[in-house]
Design a protein around this ligand. Structure first.
Ligand SMILES: [Mn+2]
Length: 252
C-alpha cells in the first residue's frame, strides 16, 4: 500500500516536472499557444513579408495566417511570396483582384493591359521561362476563397460588399467581393452614427490602401478593420493579431 503511494507520488512529481519543463522551455523559446494573424496586401514584397512575420514572432508550425488577398503584382518577388505561403501549415488565402488577374494569366496566358499597366508586368516577367511554377501556382490560386468567416463570426474579404444587402445574397459575387470600395465608406458613416455591421462580429478588408485616408496604420471604422497599409506606396506592410489587435509593420 505504502509502496503504491510512493509510486503514485513519484509519477505525480514526474508529470509535474514535465509540465514545468514545458512551460519553462516555451517561455525561453518564446513559444505559446497558436495565434491567428491577418495580413494586408503583400503585393510581391517578399522582404517586407519576412520582416513582419519575424517581428510578430510568427510560429510556422502552429500559428494561422489569413491573407486578405493581392499576394502578387506591384513588387519584385511574386514567386517568392507564393512559395512561402504554400509552406505555411495554417494559411488561408482570400482572393484579391490582382490574384484573380494572376490566375487568369497562369491559366490562359491572358495579359490584359488593365493588369500589366497596374503592376502585372512584373509578375509576367517573374514567371517567364518557368513553366513548372506556372502549373504549380495556377493550382494554388485556384484554391483561393472568395471570403472566410471564422468560428467567432468574423468576416475576411478582399474588397468588401454592399452593406445595405444581406451578405448571403452576394457571397458568390466574385467581382463585387474582390473590387468593392463601398463597404469602407459605409463603415466610416456607421462610425459617425454609432452603427455596426450586425451580421458579423468584425470585418477585415484589404484592397483599399489606408493612404487613401491619409494613414499608414490599420484603420478601424465601426466594426470594420482596413489592413492594406499600401506597402507599394509606403513601404509598410501590416500583420495583425486578430484577437488582441496588436500589429507589426515593415520599415519603409
Ligand atoms: Mn486589391
Amino acid at each position: 500500500m505504502q509502496y503504491h503511494f510512493i509510486m503514485i507520488t513519484q509519477w505525480a512529481l514526474l508529470i509535474e516536472n514535465e509540465i514545468v519543463n514545458k512551460v519553462l522551455y516555451d517561455s525561453i523559446m518564446g513559444k505559446g499557444s497558436a495565434r491567428k494573424f491577418v495580413i494586408g496586401d503583400i503585393h510581391s514584397h517578399y522582404d517586407q513579408f519576412m520582416e513582419v512575420l519575424d517581428k510578430a514572432g510568427f510560429q510556422y508550425d502552429k500559428d494561422m495566417l489569413i491573407s486578405l488577398g493581392d499576394l502578387v503584382d506591384r513588387g519584385p518577388k511574386p514567386i517568392e511570396v507564393v512559395e512561402k505561403v504554400m509552406e505555411l501549415k495554417n494559411f488561408i488565402h482570400i482572393l484579391g483582384n490582382h490574384d484573380e488577374w494572376c490566375y487568369q494569366f497562369l491559366k490562359y496566358n491572358y495579359k490584359p493591359f488593365i493588369w500589366t499597366s497596374q503592376g502585372g508586368s512584373s509578375t509576367v516577367s517573374a514567371y517567364s521561362g518557368r513553366p513548372e511554377l506556372i502549373k504549380k501556382h495556377r493550382d494554388f490560386f485556384e484554391k483561393a476563397k472568395l471570403y472566410y468567416i471564422d468560428e467567432e463570426s468574423r468576416l475576411f474579404v478582399h474588397g468588401g460588399y454592399d452593406g445595405d444587402i444581406p451578405f448571403g445574397e452576394q457571397s458568390d459575387n466574385k467581382e463585387l467581393l474582390i473590387w468593392d470600395r463601398s463597404l469602407f465608406r459605409k463603415a466610416m458613416e456607421y462610425d459617425q452614427s454609432g452603427k455596426t455591421f450586425d451580421e458579423f462580429k468584425e470585418i477585415f478588408i484589404g484592397h483599399t490602401p489606408t493612404q487613401f485616408i491619409d494613414s499608414s496604420t490599420p484603420l478601424h471604422f465601426s466594426n470594420l478593420w482596413m489592413l492594406d497599409t499600401g506597402v507599394y506606396l509606403s513601404g509598410k506592410l501590416t500583420i495583425m493579431n486578430i484577437e488582441t489587435k496588436e500589429y507589426w509593420q515593415s520599415n519603409p
